[in-house]
Design a protein around this ligand. Structure first.
Ligand code: C2E
Ligand code: MG
Ligand code: MG
Ligand code: MG
Length: 292
């Protein structure tokens, strides 16, 4: 639709766009009070070491339950938060919650593997990121080894020199570092040798059709090989079936994350799982290739 306005200028009018804009605006507004109102929750998805078949970490994933809008996916609200400044408060909330959950699990005698935290671009480029992280860790008497940091290629490419600097500092302090959603951005694996990553996470879009799409299979194989040649651990995201697992194991992927093993869990469930390791083991028994 083209709408003529008074000054003889023409404006493109797209009703869908205005719906989206309205939604974006209401999300933006709602985000301002979401943290104080206790609308966020943090879930934890297990990461499995494919050789030992045991849990080698968890990824912390934020959930937002708005009283009237309901459950809003981070895929929707994180990019909006990133455009306003609310991402900084949200990021801080995530760190506090994760650290507090780790602390209380440790106090209850549970051995905690590292928890991976997703950092958005704005958060990652904050001047005081490193100090903030260390301050929060100290507050819960935790160390960098308790956390692992995930950033995406996009974040890296915005300012490669500054990113390299920050990653180097984090690495020196003992954080482990993962490059998330690999393959969806514009960096190449060979470029990665310049950065201090420990791990590369193959984006789930390549894993989804791994068995029916030969180019996806080729991409996954290439990422695994190059990742290993660069001394990185390679994780596959979004693993939903045993067949995907078998393929990935045969290609010597190191770690696996996905609904096949477990959906993201509430902290109590995470603790329970670590405490008796039973539910996952029973799952692994159905998948003898990777159980101990
Ligand atoms: P991500 O970091 O790549 O996280 C993986 C996403 O894949 C999660 O979606 C997870 O629930 C989903 N997933 C895991 N296994 C499977 C599977 O087998 N099949 C399918 N279809 N999906 C699976 P989620 O939790 O909706 O998060 C989406 C994205 O939002 C994350 O992608 C991350 O980029 C962002 N995000 C989530 N939590 C945070 C956070 O605390 N801070 C920041 N900055 N971003 C976050
Ligand atoms: Mg992630
Ligand atoms: Mg990812
Ligand atoms: Mg993702």
């Amino acid at each position: 639709h083209v709408k003529k306005n008074g000054k003889a200028k023409y404006q493109l009018y797209d009703p869908q766009m205005s719906e989206r804009l309205k939604e974006k605006t209401s999300i933006e507004l709602a985000l301002e009070s979401s943290a104080q109102n206790g609308e966020f929750d943090l879930y934890y998805q297990p990461v499995i070491d494919i050789v030992s078949g045991s849990i080698c970490g968890f990824e912390a994933l934020i959930r937002w339950r708005h009283p009237s809008m309901g459950l809003i996916s981070p895929e929707k609200f994180i990019p909006i938060a990133e455009q306003s400044s609310s991402i900084v408060a949200i990021g801080r909330w995530v760190l506090h919650r994760a650290c507090s959950d780790i602390r209380s699990a440790l106090d209850a005698g549970v051995q905690m593997p590292p928890i991976a935290i997703n950092l958005s671009g704005k958060q990652f480029s904050q001047i005081n990121l490193v100090d903030d992280l260390m301050t929060i860790l100290a507050e819960y008497q935790l160390a960098p080894k308790n956390l692992s940091i995930e950033i995406t290629e996009g974040v890296l490419m915005t300012d490669p020199i500054a990113s390299k600097n920050t990653l180097g500092k984090l690495r020196d302090l003992g954080f482990s570092l993962a490059l998330d959603d690999f393959g969806t951005g514009y960096s190449s694996l060979s470029y990665l040798k310049n950065f201090s990553f420990d791990k590369v996470k193959i984006d789930q879009s390549f894993v989804r059709e791994l068995l029916v799409n030969s180019s996806d299979a080729a991409i996954v194989k290439a990422i695994i090989n190059m990742g290993h040649n660069l001394g990185l651990r390679v994780l596959a995201e979004g693993v939903e079936t045993e067949a995907q697992c078998v393929f990935l194991r045969d290609q010597l992927v190191d770690e696996i994350q996905g609904y096949y093993f477990s959906r993201p869990l509430e902290r109590e469930q995470m603790r329970q799982l670590l405490h008796d390791n039973r539910r996952l083991e029973s799952h692994l028994i159905r998948f003898p290739h990777i159980s101990k």
